[in-house]
Ligand binder design. Structure first.
Ligand code: 8YV
Length: 318
């Protein structure tokens, strides 16, 4: 019998994922089911599709007692109760690798935007205010120190780009890496050293508010904070205070603690460049992510090992 595949999110992913999944099983969209159809789908579902912003906790898992496989459309899995998923023997895949270039590109876009005052420059020209005077001088990026907090796949891509910008690279990582760059013992010492502190650490209970008032003070009045990882890494109240008081020079943020809601004070700050979690949001990358989710579901359906299982949930095929 064809497995029932329940998408926990509306039909909003690249269409190719639905074509691919329909070759494997019957696909339904949870948010658009009526209560009776939900009750039926909850019993029958063997596969769930969710994104990195989904919450897949015990209550969700209890709702779908026959689920064997979950495909996370994203690399981050902080919304998933991985311990419980592993305990229940459920397969869980994610999409590492295919989005690293895009997220690294965005980190650079945010660095350049914040330091070179791109949003304000763009508005000045669009609004016809150039004849009244140009922009104040900005901050140079090339040749500066970039502190990469988290040298995983994305961090490595950022470091490679930084070399093209003639920057000196420093990083933190749980283990020593075979790279020519300086490793720092913690976020605080990295912030003290860096001109640009770029956060690419996964969200988790352990990494919650790793960037706090002390780290921001260490980054200093010429320093910029760039976050393309998770909003939970940064104490937003401390960040707003640091941006308002000039404790740091500026920030470029793609992720927020309470996204899609962003604090009014943060939205009002001229020295913060804000984007709506678009790290992986290109046609090419989202299409590659869609294929990788489908490839993983296909591997599960064919009783092969998953291609990209979430660490800690790996298990033999059913
Ligand atoms: C999301 C992300 O996947 O991969 C991640 O962890 O945060 C993003 O790429 C994207 O928002 C789609 O849900």
């Amino acid at each position: 019998m064809r497995p029932l595949i329940v998408s926990l999110i509306p039909r909003s992913l690249p269409p190719v994922i639905y074509d691919r999944l329909a070759e494997i099983g019957d696909v339904v969209f949870w948010p658009s089911l009526d209560p009776a159809a939900k009750a039926e789908a909850a019993k029958r579902a063997e596969v769930l599709i969710a994104t990195s912003s989904s919450r897949v906790d015990k209550a969700v898992l209890d709702t779908f007692p026959n689920v064997r496989m979950i495909g996370d459309f994203g690399v981050g899995f902080d919304g998933y109760d991985t311990a419980e998923i592993a305990r229940r023997g459920i397969h869980l895949s994610h999409t590492p690798g295919v989005l690293s270039d895009d997220v690294a590109d965005l980190a650079f876009a945010l660095m350049l935007d914040a330091a070179r005052l791109m949003p304000a420059s763009d508005r000045l020209v669009h609004e016809g205010r150039w004849p009244q005077g140009g922009m104040p001088l900005a901050v140079k990026v090339s040749g500066k120190r970039i502190g990469i907090a988290g040298l995983g796949r994305i961090g490595l891509e950022i470091a490679r780009r930084a070399e093209g910008f003639k920057m000196t690279v420093g990083y933190t990582a749980r283990t020593e890496k075979n790279v020519p760059w300086q490793r720092f013992p913690d976020m605080l010492s990295l912030a003290e050293w860096a001109d640009f502190l770029v956060i690419v650490i996964p969200g988790s209970l352990e990494t919650h508010h790793l960037v706090n008032a002390e780290v921001l003070a260490a980054l200093g009045p010429k320093g910029f904070l760039i976050n393309v990882a998770r909003g939970s890494l940064v104490d937003t109240t401390a960040l707003i205070r640091a941006l308002e008081s000039g404790t740091i020079a500026g920030a470029g943020l793609d992720v927020f603690e309470h996204e899609p809601y962003v604090e009014d004070q943060l939205r009002r700050l001229p020295n913060a460049v804000l984007t709506p979690h678009i790290g992986s949001a290109t046609v090419e990358t989202r299409t590659a992510m869609a294929h990788l989710v489908a490839d993983n579901v296909k591997a599960w359906a064919e009783k092969r090992p998953l291609i990209t299982p979430v660490p800690g949930t790996e298990r033999d095929p059913d």
